[in-house]
Design a protein around this ligand. Structure first.
Ligand SMILES: [Zn+2]
Length: 485
């Protein structure tokens, strides 16, 4: 069974052949740290987290590099607005980003380079391009000459002539060609600045990824990823810079994830529908967000809406509900293999098809139904019978396998009772009620029942049910659970 990956540059699914197996090098564009991270980036982070986890699962020794763009116009502007220094803005949003990633269960990449720590590597690449006549200086800035690189457009499929006819040419534009892009920018007074052969300045955006990718993964590495919005111009420009300076194609496989839409609309500043990760996690459980994002193939667009994420959360709850039974049914791990071969093979086959998490999750749902069915059958068997013991071994193996395969997707790794408690809290946030409010109603109802006021008692029960909270009266008192209907 071989892994096939859709390669943006060849526009087809190809068998994955690492350059130097079992090693795999993967570079993914990180964030520009000037603001809180939105759900669109969460998708990218989770998609490449899955690829990272899956490569490890397949036995590859993967090195994952994801950068921080910590010098940029947006950071400088934010500093101006907030009264902070530009580097204080960057530090603050790196911390916020790290907290978001931890909440979403995204593994930390092996290397997280910052652009400002790699100015020397960028200058080296820019000088090589100038020496080759592929870049030129203008008033202290340096531009890449797009016409000097014959392969320009090969990633995005764009044609230079079409781009030129569509390019907006500013009247005072002094570049040789409107498509040329900045490798180095002369700094204005008060802006961050580093010494260079062309005077004090700062790097353009594209050059950092070329320089850091080369430094950590070599002239040519296996995988480069990012959101679809980065194909042009960012990744197209990266190829021009890297291949222009080294003469070698920098990347074998280009992977791009699709967008997140909000209620069927594209996220945009003008629609004011950017949802930050922090906002979303105020309402939804982080693992439910991950589960939801994996229900679509990574290259397809995904629509973020209340119904879809609520349904993802309920499905996730069903898994943890099963796991919470494990300790009761199988207090000690029975002997036997760590994982069941057949579901593992099926899962691998689905994931080998361009990391198809949508079908892999659907398969895990089938497995959930199978094991739940077994659990129900066990409740009707005699506890001492061989049939029961056999079923219990199958149950334990099924649950173990499911947790292991779910782990490849970054799911099912929490303690079941912790998950169920935190899911309840998230669910209450979603419907806008508090634990105190529920307890108060339960107490009021108990008092009403004591006075045999059953009309009031029923009214309270209905009120709670309206919020998706189900009451159960037991000899020890009234408990409650979340409705999954
Ligand atoms: Zn990049």
């Amino acid at each position: 069974m071989s892994l096939k990956i859709y390669n943006t540059i060849t526009r087809r699914k190809e068998k994955f052949v690492p350059i130097n197996p079992p090693k795999v090098g993967m570079y993914v564009c990180g964030v520009t740290v000037y603001d809180l991270c939105h759900i669109g980036y969460a998708r990218s982070a989770i998609v490449f987290d899955i690829i990272y986890r899956y490569m490890k699962f397949r036995g590859y020794d993967i090195t994952y590099v994801r950068n921080f763009t910590d010098v940029d116009d947006k950071i400088i502007n934010r500093a101006g607005e907030s009264g902070l220094q530009w580097n204080e803005v960057a530090e603050r949003y790196i911390e916020e980003f790290n907290a978001d990633m931890a909440a979403l269960g995204v593994l930390t990449p092996d290397v997280e380079p910052k652009a400002t720590d790699h100015i020397a590597e960028m200058l080296e690449m820019i000088e090589a391009l100038v020496d080759k006549g592929m870049a030129y200086e203008l008033d202290g800035s340096v531009y890449f000459s797009v016409k000097s690189f014959a392969g320009y457009g090969k990633l995005s499929g764009k044609n230079i002539d079409d781009l030129l006819s569509g390019a907006r040419v500013d009247v005072d534009e002094s570049k040789h060609d409107p498509l040329d892009f900045a490798l180095w920018k002369a700094s204005k007074p008060g802006e961050p600045a580093w010494e260079s052969p062309w005077g004090m300045g700062r790097p353009g955006w594209h050059i950092e990824c070329s320089a850091m990718g080369r430094k950590y993964l070599g002239d040519t590495f296996d995988i480069h990823g990012g959101g679809k919005d980065l194909v042009f111009p960012h990744h197209e420009n990266e190829i021009a810079q890297s291949e222009g300076s080294s003469g070698k194609a920098p990347v074998n496989v280009w992977i791009h994830n699709g967008f997140v839409n909000i209620n069927s609309e594209k996220m945009s500043k003008s629609l004011n529908n950017f949802s930050t990760i922090k906002d979303i996690l105020k309402t939804y459980h982080p693992e439910a967000v991950r589960f939801f994002l994996l229900t679509s193939h990574y290259r397809s667009p995904i629509d973020f809406n209340t119904q879809a994420i609520t349904s993802a959360g309920k499905n996730l709850y069903r898994f943890y509900d099963l796991f919470s039974e494990e300790k009761k049914l199988v207090p000690e791990a029975p002997p036997g293999p760590e994982t069941d071969t057949s579901p593992t093979e099926k899962f691998t086959e689905l994931m080998n098809d361009d990391f198809n998490t949508a079908t892999a999750l659907a398969f895990l749902m089938e497995e959930l139904r199978r094991i739940n069915h077994l659990r129900n059958e066990m409740s009707r068997m005699k506890k001492k019978s061989d049939r029961y013991k056999n079923a219990r071994t199958q149950f334990a193996l099924g649950v173990r396998t499911m947790k292991k395969l779910g782990g490849v997707l970054g799911l099912f790794q929490r303690d079941p009772s912790d998950f169920i408690d935190s899911f309840k809290v998230a669910k209450l946030n979603e419907v806008g009620v508090t634990l105190d409010w529920i307890q108060k109603l339960i107490d009021t109802r108990a008092a009403a029942r004591a006075e045999k006021n059953f009309a009031e008692s029923d009214r309270i029960r209905d009120e709670l049910e309206g919020k998706g909270i189900l009451l159960r009266d037991t000899p020890e008192g009234t408990t409650w659970s979340i409705s999954l209907d």
